[in-house]
Design a protein around this ligand. Structure first.
Ligand code: MN
Length: 243
């Protein structure tokens, strides 16, 4: 029996997670270990300065008062009988592309799955939507792609980032991480007590994303799949000076 762990960063009650649960049920036995509330943009951070609390909602469903990476770590090392073969995070309500990958809790959860030595770890995202049909369709595309990848596993210490456009034509493209502009907008205002605040705004959109990038594929209605790696060493191309 294929053991499947699902998590996310939008919280255990997210309709994106429910859609994924429904779509992946056909592949094996599904466990859900997810944050008890919204934890978007928590990257792969883990909680070390306090104990974590777990609430069991059903035999294979747990809410954790921690980050997405906490959830995957606890699931693999404590809540599940063994490290699951498949870890899937999502469906995130909002694309995770380009520089989002460094901030995303969804991608962080998939990375932790790879680190815990799940044989396949995947992050799945689509646009922010409350449309259950749209989320189910995105989860369905992801599930059939995951089914194929289980028969052609990527190398160890890698994981995959899938983004599904709402108007998907079902066409899948291997992509590389795009490189949009850095987040540059900070909104400055004052709170009801007159105290100044700073609020980091959404990323700017790339005008003409190349077709081989994640955003480029999505702009053309294609499902984007990128292979990511836990290794941080930059391969080749730069001739390092003698030191
Ligand atoms: Mn999120």
């Amino acid at each position: 029996m294929l053991e499947i762990l699902l998590s996310n960063d939008d919280g255990i009650d997210s309709p994106g997670l429910a859609a994924l649960e429904q779509a992946l049920g056909v592949l094996g036995r599904v466990w859900v270990v997810a944050p008890d509330g919204e934890r978007s943009a928590s990257s792969r951070s883990i909680t070390l300065d306090r104990p974590l609390r777990v609430r069991q909602h059903a035999p294979r469903r747990f809410a954790v008062d921690g980050t997405p990476a906490d959830c995957v770590l606890l699931a693999c090392r404590s809540l599940l009988p063994q490290v699951p073969q498949l870890v899937v995070a999502g469906v995130n309500l909002g694309y995770n592309i380009g520089e989002d990958l460094d901030y995303s809790g969804t991608v962080g959860a998939a990375a932790e799955g790879a680190q815990q030595r799940a044989r396949l770890a995947v992050a799945v995202s689509t646009v922010s939507s409350a449309d259950q049909q749209l989320l189910l369709r995105a989860a369905g595309f992801a599930a059939s792609l995951i089914g194929k990848l289980l028969e052609h596993l990527p190398p160890e210490r890698t994981y995959l980032n899938i983004n599904v456009p709402p108007d998907s034509n079902g066409q899948i493209r291997w992509t590389r991480q795009g490189n949009p502009l850095p987040r540059g907008t900070v909104i400055i205002g004052s709170d009801p007590r007159g105290k100044k605040y700073y609020w980091i705004a959404e990323r700017p959109d790339e005008k003409e994303p190349p077709p081989e990038t994640d955003r480029g594929a999505l702009a053309r209605g294609n499902i984007s799949v990128s292979l990511l790696t836990l290794a941080r060493d930059f391969p080749g191309r730069w001739q390092a000076p003698a030191l």
